[in-house]
Ligand binder design. Structure first.
Ligand SMILES: Cc1ncc(COP(=O)(O)O)c(C=O)c1O
Length: 387
């Protein structure tokens, strides 16, 4: 089955291997509709159509506090959380409130393309630090920090996707997280941990978050319902030290307009409190694991030995390294002729050329037959191009 249209508007009949969205058949539309009906019938529903509390829906905050305490033994309280309109909103708000044009921000090389876009919108100076199979290379980060210090500069923050990273699928182990926290304390920068994938875990345990390891100090951690419920609801959360959260909540945007999306936040709160969200997440893990397995099988049969790729234990993405003889822009041009689209590596680096031999595939969105067909097209093209 070919898709009619993708959210990015790619032409009908194409195979968008780039789409890091939940598959349409994995969105729990019926249960969301039932939840909307339940909320609609509650007394006082009209309050949801007025401005909401600046910190966000209180029931949703209470649910998240309870879950973090129960599932992670994280000693958070209501003051440590606020509701945001998705992770993207949080990354933008943090950049807006904590930086000025020209400030330095550290990221991974590669890192999440749309976060880089937001940092560029804020005219921040981006420095990316190479990763290996276990995330950012700490000695390289330290080298960069020393270099900056010699110029009298300190980064404002380090932006990291620690679990099942977008685009590489890699999870950073605990010892690296601890080493980075040590650097952040020594050099005096904040850590912004964008943790939208931790619930999409297929196997193994995840290390504690940066926020947990740092005892809540100088770390802002972002969560989202986009990957585990529905991105169209535009609801996420931000965890941080009480005084930082108070600063964000007291900002002009929220004071003027109220907290994030009161109506949808109430729907999400009800959905979570009924136990449906956690049940849905358990089910989703199996669904995405099957898709990950299918993508890996397709890669194993389609790709020449010269192509290396990651084997993510969760999340949405696989990161491919092409042979040196194949440039990703050439591959993109030729695959487009066959209606197959992917995310070229160039978008995920501060210096685009660093990604000339990489690409990101997403297995979250496509039906299995399209996943297989798209990967087969890429495999054939890479074989032809590397001759
Ligand atoms: C690392 C990362 N952060 C944030 C987002 C977007 O999250 P939201 O829909 O909550 O804004 C994505 C989606 O692709 C992502 O991969």
């Amino acid at each position: 089955m070919k898709l009619e249209i993708t959210p990015q508007g790619v032409i009908a009949g194409s195979i968008p291997l780039f789409a890091g969205h939940p598959a349409r058949d994995l969105l729990p539309i019926d249960s969301i509709r039932e939840t909307v009906e339940r909320v609609w019938l509650e007394p006082g529903v009209t309050r949801l159509f007025n401005y909401g509390a600046e910190q966000g829906n209180p029931e949703l905050i209470d649910f998240l506090v309870e879950r973090l305490r129960r599932a992670e033994k994280l000693p958070v309280a209501r003051e440590n959380l606020m509701i945001i309109g998705g992770s993207t909103w949080g990354v933008d708000m943090i950049s807006d409130q904590l930086t000025r044009a020209g400030d330095v921000v550290l990221t991974d090389a590669p890192s999440y393309r749309d976060a880089l876009h937001i940092f560029r919108d804020h005219r921040l100076e981006l420095r990316d630090v190479p990763i290996d199979g276990a995330g950012v290379v700490v000695s390289e980060m330290e080298r960069m920090l020393r270099e900056l210090k010699a110029q009298g500069r300190v980064p404002k923050f380090y932006y990291v996707v620690p679990n099942f990273q977008n685009p590489s699928g890699i999870t950073m182990p605990e010892n690296r997280r601890r080493a980075i926290i040590e650097l952040s304390q020594r050099y005096g920068f904040l850590i912004v941990e964008d943790d939208v994938y931790s619930d999409i875990r297929f196997e193994g345990e995840l290390p504690p978050s940066f926020y947990a390891l740092a005892g809540g100090e100088n770390v802002l951690r972002i969560g989202s319902f986009s990957k585990t419920l529905a991105p169209g609801l535009r609801i996420g959360w931000l965890i941080g030290a009480a005084e930082r959260i108070a600063d964000f909540v007291g900002g002009g945007v929220l004071t003027m307009g109220g907290g994030a999306n009161p109506f949808t936040a109430a729907i999400v709160a009800q959905y979570c409190r009924s136990g449906e969200w956690e049940a849905h997440v358990r089910w989703l893990r199996g669904q995405y694991r099957d898709r990950r397995d299918m993508a890996l099988e397709a890669l194993a049969s389609a790709m020449p030995a010269s192509v290396a790729y990651t084997r993510p234990a969760g999340g949405y993405f696989i990161w491919l390294q092409l042979p040196r003889s194949v440039r990703v822009d050439d591959l993109a041009e030729r695959s487009r002729e066959q209606n197959v689209y992917f995310a070229p590596g160039t978008g995920f680096f501060v210096e685009p050329d660093a990604g000339l031999h990489h690409l990101r595939l997403s297995y979250s969105f496509l039906p299995p037959e399209d996943l297989h067909a798209g990967i087969a097209v890429l495999g054939n093209l890479i074989r032809q191009m590397s001759r």
